[in-house]
Design a protein around this ligand. Structure first.
Ligand code: NDP
Ligand code: MG
Length: 397
């Protein structure tokens, strides 16, 4: 028998249109989900930079898998430890300077803002100044400086796309619509773990109870914000700046199943909603691939299995944080920045067990009373208000 020559053909597929991605906060809940989306869409995205605060043990396998050109570890000690472990293989920067310099210098097309807190503001501004696509989960950036972020993104032609599930839903409902014909935006809220608890039980909640969110698995800070409903307050402010809409046109409705991610009501009375399972992979993917929708194998929503979708008015007497956030948005200027910084400090204290859950709104109210108000703060004033509020709130209990 004559043996046929063995011909092996190597098909090398390299997609020159691969989008380069910087993930700021890659070891968190949104960061990990972003890497899941990227992993599940092979050939579409190339990770060029990853950043974390301290958790180098979680970063190391990400470096091995995604092979970024550069990483940032915000805290110096773990950054030094990682440099030793990587032995010069890739560059490791540190500090807020490091975060800003990857945003301003590294090669990427899409900036994923998956860091938690207003510390995300400075690097996000660097990305905006380069006119990049900003896929923004880091809502605190818009809460503290929404007006300035919008001015800059207009000036530098940067596109800010929402990752937060509610805002992604609204963005999807608005596709092809005229924003001037919107009567109201209806943000849905799960109501968190204490929706059905008495006000007294709610005020005395433990850390463990507050971290036990019924629908979403998220980072600790946003999970506590969801329990107090400050998260929805921050989202009302986020919606105002993302969609340039008056605050009296932004409603909140409790929807415990978290299937409808939000709705838009138009001036003819029609309501559009976006539905899906509570899974951040979908809004992350949409922000990465917009205006395209790419096929995926994520779990599909089985409506008969879900059975019921229910809705309630939020109790603003019990969920005082939501009321305070609406008031801070109404005051405008530097008030949302103070609200946010005080809340970050208070949540941190609660998580460390040094204050009771009921003291969160107290610390925020005291800070709003104490810190000087500015009607039209520039970025320097915003950073100063953030710092002064943190110092003041640190002394409260
Ligand atoms: P996590 O706490 O899970 O992750 C935060 C990430 O940011 C981690 O990589 C962390 O690094 C890093 N980080 C934290 N603090 C700093 C800092 N000071 N400087 C630099 N890096 C820092 O948060 P989430 O992923 O839950 O949330 C991220 C953002 O997305 C928040 O603004 C949140 O409100 C928003 N969001 C989250 C949703 C969710 O489902 N989780 C849904 C909608 C919005 P390290 O691991 O080293 O600590
Ligand atoms: Mg949300």
């Amino acid at each position: 028998m004559i043996k046929k020559p063995l011909i092996i053909t190597f098909v090398v597929t390299f997609n020159y249109n691969m989008k380069k991605v910087l993930v700021l906060g890659s070891t968190g809940s949104i960061g990990n989900n972003t890497l899941n989306v990227i992993r599940n869409l092979p050939g579409q995205f190339k990770v060029t930079a990853l950043t974390v605060n301290t958790r180098i043990d979680l970063l190391k396998p990400q470096i091995e898998e995604f092979n970024p050109e550069i990483v940032v570890v915000k805290e110096e000690k773990p950054a030094e430890e990682l440099r030793k472990r990587l032995n010069g293989k890739i560059e490791v920067l540190s500090g807020i300077k490091g975060l800003c310099s990857v945003a301003s210098g590294c090669e990427y097309d899409i900036f994923i803002g998956a860091m938690v807190g207003s510390a995300g503001l400075a690097p996000t501004i660097e990305a905006i100044k380069r006119g990049k696509r900003i896929a923004l989960a880091n809502k605190e950036t818009l809460v503290v400086a929404g007006e300035l972020v919008n001015e800059l993104s207009k000036k530098y032609n940067a596109e800010i796309l929402p990752v937060d599930s509610e805002h992604s839903a609204i963005f999807q409902c608005l596709a092809g619509e005229n924003i001037n014909q919107v009567e109201k935006i209806i943000l849905t809220a799960s109501g968190g773990p204490f929706l059905h608890n008495s006000k007294n039980d709610f005020l005395n909640a433990t850390v463990e109870e507050a971290l036990n969110h019924p629908n979403w698995k998220m980072g600790n800070k946003i999970t506590i914000d969801s329990a107090s409903m400050m998260n929805k307050g921050l989202e009302v402010i986020e919606a105002k700046w993302l969609f340039n809409i008056a605050q009296d046109k932004i409603d909140v409705v409790i929807h415990p199943q978290s299937i409808i991610h939000s709705m838009v009501q138009f001036w003819d009375g029609s309501i559009k909603a976006q539905l899906g399972l509570p899974d951040m992979k979908l809004p992350i993917q949409y922000a990465l691939t917009y205006p395209e929708r790419l096929q995926n194998n994520n779990l599909r929503t089985n409506l008969p299995l879900i059975g019921q979708l229910t809705f309630f008015e939020p109790d603003l007497d019990k969920f005082e944080c939501l009321k305070i956030a609406y008031a801070a948005l109404n005051t405008g200027g530097s008030a949302p920045c103070v609200l946010n910084a005080a809340n970050e400090v208070a949540v941190d204290k609660f998580l460390k067990g040094t204050i009771k859950f009921s003291r969160i709104p107290y610390i925020i109210n005291k800070s709003l009373e104490k810190i000087e108000h500015f009607n039209q703060p520039d970025l320097d004033i915003i950073f100063q208000c953030d710092k002064l509020t943190r110092e003041f709130a640190a002394g409260l209990s």
